[in-house]
Ligand binder design. Structure first.
Ligand code: NAD
Length: 373
């Protein structure tokens, strides 16, 4: 028989896809979501894409009463509610700490109060790694990897090790120590640790999934602080060039939201995953410039060339892509969506949306605060 599942933040991008998959597997899905204006617009209406069978409770993850109500008779919880902008977290410090950290604490307290749940899955992020893993020319894992702001001013973007030697990026495994370079990253790490510590203490099987760059339909085009592909797409639709930081050769791991949702669904029942931190990515490194060009092509806007800003955002990393071996082993995870198919699907969806573009404003907010170099 299916379980009663609660997804916090389940009206959002990843949560709504997860809801579809859980319903398909015969579970009942309740969502607790504040319908944050930055994601859902000022009207705060139930998103049209949210499956009709989802029971939506509008409420705030930092409000004890809302959380208690949402938890009633729940077998399992996915905690996805969060503010998700790295750049924005550097000036909305209080809001990011409150929603992401205090929100998680509030949820955990309520779960403990009601005697636990059968499973807790918490959304963490690749941002906790800071820079990804690098190896030196002998293949040894590099230590003290860093980038020098003066070198970046001269256009030298690649990080070096403690002795100033050149390095190669490598897949990032979960053992890589966290290096927290933004308020957002700190808050995701706190969410992950809080959930694992409390889960361990109370015998609640808890899994922390570190998502890489998820992309696909339903990602808020109105939110200039989230997915780079959604941002590029809304710029291109307006005939405006995507703004690419640095020289565009930084590597990221773009993973289809369908693969992310499948991994989340698998984490509900995989016994071996309890107590673990697991990367969810595609395992395929791609440069930001490549994805900008390919997206322009699928949107039929190859005439609009990306704008290379040559700027560095404070806290930004150079390269990070996932080692997904642990997800394969513990969740039976295999990324299925090819990048071409994923881009085509994204393009189709974006073309149906009203074009929105708040990127100049967001870029301006970072500039005026001295958060770009
Ligand atoms: P999203 O913004 O689409 O979804 C988040 C949802 O949380 C939204 O519907 C929003 O209304 C809701 N929310 C915000 N504040 C809330 C509050 N105080 N109470 C209740 N609900 C609230 O973002 P997403 O991309 O679907 O991200 C989901 C989770 O995955 C987040 O925890 C995010 O940090 C994590 N994550 C996402 C990515 C990615 O690439 N999208 C990567 C790493 C981690």
């Amino acid at each position: 028989m299916g379980q009663q599942v609660l997804i916090t933040g389940g009206a959002g991008f990843i949560g709504s896809h997860l809801a579809d998959q859980l319903l398909e597997r015969g579970h009942r899905v309740r969502v607790l979501d504040s319908l944050a204006a930055q994601v859902h617009g000022d009207a705060g209406e139930r998103p049209a894409y949210l499956h009709d069978d989802v029971q939506l409770m509008r409420g705030d993850v930092t409000a004890h009463a809302d959380v208690r109500r949402a938890l009633r008779d729940v077998d399992a919880v996915y905690h996805l509610a969060a503010l998700v902008g790295v750049g924005q977290s550097m000036y909305q410090i209080e809001a990011y700490t409150r929603v992401n950290e205090v929100g998680t604490a509030t949820l955990l307290e309520a779960i403990v109060e009601q005697g636990g749940v059968g499973r807790l899955v918490v959304a963490s992020s690749m941002s906790v790694y800071g820079e990804g893993r690098y190896v030196d020319e002998t293949g040894r894992v590099a230590r003290n990897v860093s980038r020098d702001v003066d070198a970046m001013r001269r256009g030298q973007w690649e990080p070096v090790d403690g002795d100033g030697r050149a390095l190669q990026p490598a897949p990032t495994p979960e053992e890589k120590p966290a290096e927290l370079a933004s308020v957002y990253a700190l808050s995701k790490y706190a969410q992950e640790r809080l959930a694992l510590i409390v889960g361990h203490a109370y015998g609640i099987p808890t899994v922390a999934l570190r998502f890489f760059n998820a992309y696909g339909p339903r990602q808020a085009l109105s939110n200039p602080y989230t997915g780079v592909l959604a941002i590029f797409a809304s710029r291109l639709l307006n005939g405006r060039p995507p703004i690419v930081y640095e020289d565009g050769r930084q590597l990221r791991d773009f993973v289809s939201v369908h693969d992310v949702a499948r991994a989340c669904a698998a984490a509900l029942e995989a016994d071996a995953a309890a107590g673990e931190v697991i990367n969810i990515g595609s395992g395929q490194p791609r440069t930001v410039l490549e994805v900008a060009d390919r997206l322009a092509a699928v949107l039929g806007r190859s005439d609009v060339k990306p704008h290379l800003s040559g700027q560095y955002r404070v806290g930004d990393i150079r390269h990070c892509y996932a080692d997904v071996e642990r997800a394969r082993r513990l969740l039976g995870y295999e990324p299925r969506m090819s990048f071409d198919d994923g881009l085509a699907e994204l393009a189709q969806w974006v073309a149906r949306q009203g074009a929105q573009d708040h990127v100049e404003q967001a870029h301006g907010e970072l500039n005026t605060r001295g958060l770009t170099v």
